[in-house]
Ligand binder design. Structure first.
Ligand code: AMP
Ligand code: ZN
Length: 465
């Protein structure tokens, strides 16, 4: 299996640290609002990655955090605390807001058939772990306290910005007027806020530096290392996390352990965009999954839409594109229904059928090429040279990654065993070009109250009205 690593900017063969096992950390939602469908695209990409790893036999320890404290509206420690702002606007407590939007997020990922992470960890449950990381950074000389806040000093390490390939000199020269004058370097970042600029911060904890709350980046360092160790295989997120959040995570994690190569593969999903550019909560122009459901779509229509684009290319959302995804998915379901009405999944696959399996595997194992994997599924369905039972077996195999609930499609088997036997006899007759017999059978079935439906992937019966 090969995967693109943002660190090297290239598609690399995947090798796990421990044989057969993968540690994978995904930055989770900040639960101050509903996830928008752009955020959900990133979680779908991560779900596909996990499923492809599992298809390749890996036991994946998938960890995702829930950010319920410390994330400011600006990634560079500027702006307001997202949770407090939302609580104020809605006249509810921050804890209420966190519980409400965490539940909404879990509902969304369930409807999208996204496998839940094996460990889902809340930032507010891990404050002690974050304090330990900050203490270690302090002990190793990477921090300073100014104006009451504890900062990470990026000038104490020699490779700050390596993931984003930041040019620090350019950044220093071009830095906008820094709101936080206590910073020695504009790129330094807060590990612990005490003398907070947010006087009404509701969530605070005691710490060696005074009562306060953690910065956002230290959350992911503390939780990922707690569950996955000092080094782990994969860290995921959207591409917007590269220049600040993931850059700062790497800086403080490697500084805290004194070891390089904290994470082996950095995997990032591209944006979902709309007419105005990146879909984002701050721009106010964003769509939620429940809006799509209210318009009569199924969550899996959106999943299908996402699968139709490679995760490293931008995907432009439009209702027209969603309509196409919807009709493709519905026609897929019709085809699966027809196959199930006439056959059982085959136990053995012919060489021809195995070629489709290979096409699918190759597409996904080569940097998660979901559009090519979908194309393999459609070619399989159209191929008259592959038996229906083989198609069913392969569809089931493929749906372990697509997760379009194709296994749940019920055959709605119309007709008694005798009727189905006649239907199969008719298919045989057609194959042998005995059209007279095929027609005769169709008439018998009509008299019994059925319409025979022929599709490229087989025939099935419907009750006539
Ligand atoms: P947030 O809840 O804002 O912390 O974001 C959750 C995840 O969604 C992060 O991994 C972001 O990088 C990602 N994300 C944010 N906006 C978009 C977008 N328009 N398209 C795809 N992913 C996004
Ligand atoms: Zn994170």
């Amino acid at each position: 299996m090969r995967i693109y690593n943002t660190m090297s900017r290239s598609v690399e063969p995947f090798e796990s640290i421990e044989q057969g096992k993968v540690g994978m950390y995904c930055c989770g939602p900040t639960v101050y609002n509903y996830a928008h469908i752009g955020n959900l695209r990133t979680y779908i990409f991560e779900d596909v990655l996990r499923r492809v790893l599992e298809k390749n036999g890996y036991d994946v320890k998938h960890v995702m955090n829930i950010t319920d404290v410390g994330h400011l509206t600006g990634d560079g420690d500027d702006g307001e605390d997202k949770m407090s702002k939302s609580a104020k606007e809605q006249g509810r407590s921050v804890w209420d807001i966190a519980a409400f939007y965490t539940k909404a997020f879990m509902d969304d990922i369930t409807s999208l058939n996204i496998e839940k992470a094996k460990i889902i960890c809340k930032a507010t449950d891990h404050i002690a772990d974050m304090i330990e990381v900050i203490k270690e950074l302090e002990r190793r000389g990477h921090t300073y306290t100014a104006d009451g806040n504890v900062y990470f000093s990026i000038d104490t390490i020699d490779d700050y910005g390596k993931l984003a390939r930041l040019n620090l000199e350019e950044l220093r020269e071009g830095a906008r007027i820094e709101v936080d004058s206590a910073k020695r370097n504009p790129k330094d970042f807060v590990l612990w806020f005490t003398n907070s600029k947010f006087k009404d911060q509701a969530m605070t904890w005691d710490s060696p530096w005074g009562i306060g709350y953690p910065g956002w980046h230290v959350e992911c360092t503390a939780m990922s290392m707690k569950y996955l160790g000092k080094h782990f295989d994969i860290h995921c997120g959207g591409i917007d996390a590269i220049p600040v959040h993931h850059t700062n995570e790497i800086a403080q994690s490697e500084a805290a352990t004194g070891e390089k190569d904290w994470v082996h593969y950095w995997c990032h999903g591209e944006f979902l965009i709309n007419d105005k550019g990146k879909m984002s909560k701050s721009s106010g122009e964003f769509l939620t999954l429940s809006t799509l459901l209210k318009h009569g779509y199924d969550a899996l229509d959106y999943r299908y839409l996402c699968l139709g684009a490679h995760y490293r290319s931008q995907l432009k959302f439009s209702y027209e594109a969603l309509d196409h995804a919807r009709s493709a998915r519905l026609s897929l379901i019709e085809k699966v229904k027809a196959l199930k009405a006439s056959s059982e999944p085959a136990k053995d696959l012919s060489e021809k059928a195995l070629l489709y399996k290979k096409e699918f595997d190759d597409a996904l194992d080569n940097d998660l090429h979901t559009p090519q994997a979908l194309a393999a599924l459609w070619s399989l369905l159209k191929d008259g040279g592959v038996r229906d039972g083989e198609k069913l077996a392969l569809i089931s195999y493929m749906d372990n990654v697509f997760a379009l609930s194709l296994d749940k499609v019920t055959a709605e088997r119309v007709g008694s065993d005798e009727d189905i036997a006649l239907l199969n006899e008719r298919s045989e007759a057609k194959k042998n070009k005995d059209y007279a017999r095929a027609d005769e059978i169709r008439k018998i079935l009509m008299e019994r109250g059925y319409v025979v439906k022929d599709t490229p992937s087989g025939s099935y019966l419907e009750k006539s009205v």
